[in-house]
Design a protein around this ligand. Structure first.
Ligand code: NAP
Length: 294
């Protein structure tokens, strides 16, 4: 079973080492360390956890991180002023607005006010459009991480049938675009809640990517023997036997699917660590002006 498991943490650690080496090289050449900022509005527990793990990851590769914590009552105008300030601050290479924002703020309006060259989450219409056209852009962290995970674990993609479950703008749709790109060259089927005969389609997948947000949805009978299964789902399930009082599970029935798959990502320790390291990758690209020359 062991050699079936795609170790996302080990691959992410390797990528972190590569990024840290590039940061050290920038410092050696008298350049500033890349600087990632994050804005968090309100005190949503999960958002706080995500932002602090992004901060920790930044420090682990020698990057600078700053966090702007704003109260829940922050107005849309104040958020736009914040975005304007971050767009203009030449010391900040890239920044993220932690979502969700409070309901009285138009998320779309705020995201699209981010300067594309600082949009390291790749959420602005400009970066999303450029990705679709195959132009240099910031690719959202989770889909970038998934493709990198597949490449680095030696899974062949050329001419393979990839079935993606879920069409969200942050995971399913961009990963479907990236897997069908020249160089990756898979043939992609994108499924959603209106898809008919879903198990019939998933059983045709050489690579099955599950991003639907339903715990344990993908069962062993939905998987072709020998397929690669990438589980994007994150679900926190109460568990009295664990010291934390909960466990994290994915969209895939891992214990059963591992028996038929040739490779599978665990949850936790699969796609999750790749998402954070991909944000660091984008921040490095922003600092170096790789995507949008400075
Ligand atoms: P989302 O926005 O809720 O999208 C879910 C997608 O799944 C939708 O396209 C929906 O179809 C489809 N779907 C729902 N039920 C379905 C069904 N029964 N059959 C087929 N398709 C179905 O979710 P998301 O933001 O993409 O996230 C998906 C999961 O990934 C969540 O568990 C989330 O926590 C996790 N996630 C993990 C990471 C990470 O770093 N590992 C990052 C982001 C998200 P419709 O479009 O028709 O509604």
């Amino acid at each position: 079973m062991e050699n079936k498991i795609i170790d996302g943490k080990a691959i992410a650690d390797q990528m972190k080492k590569e990024i840290a080496a590039e940061v050290a090289d920038m410092l050696d050449h008298g350049l500033n360390a890349p600087h990632l900022a994050a804005v968090i509005v309100g005190d949503d527990g999960a958002s706080q956890t995500y932002v602090s793990s992004k901060e920790k990851a930044c420090h682990s590769v020698g990057m600078i991180s700053s966090v702007y914590r704003l109260p829940e009552r922050t107005t849309e105008k104040e958020m736009l002023d914040m975005v304007d300030f971050l767009n203009k601050d030449s010391e900040i290479d890239g920044y993220i607005i932690q979502l969700p924002l409070p309901k009285h703020i138009d998320e779309n309006k705020i995201i699209n006010a981010i300067a594309p060259e600082k949009d390291v989450d790749g959420f602005t219409s400009i970066n999303a459009g450029r990705m679709q056209l195959g132009l240099p852009c910031f690719v959202p962290a989770t889909p970038f991480g998934i493709v990198e995970l597949i490449k680095r674990s030696g899974v062949e993609t050329e001419g393979k049938h990839v079935v993606v479950l879920g069409r969200s703008n942050i995971v399913g749709t961009p990963v479907a675009i990236l897997m069908s790109r020249k160089g990756v060259d898979s043939t992609v089927t994108l499924c959603h809640s209106r898809t008919k005969n879903l198990p019939e389609l998933t059983r045709q997948a050489d690579i099955l990517i599950a991003a639907i947000g339903k715990q344990g949805f993908v069962t062993a009978d939905m998987v072709k023997p020998g397929a690669t299964v990438i589980d994007v789902g994150i679900h926190r399930i109460a568990d009295e036997t664990s010291p934390k009082g909960y466990k994290i599970l994915g969209d895939v029935d891992y214990d059963e699917v591992i028996k038929v798959a040739s490779k599978i990502t665990p949850v936790p320790g699969g796609v999750g660590p790749m998402t954070i390291v991909s944000l660091l990758h984008n921040t490095l690209m922003a600092a170096k002006g790789t995507v949008y020359p400075k």
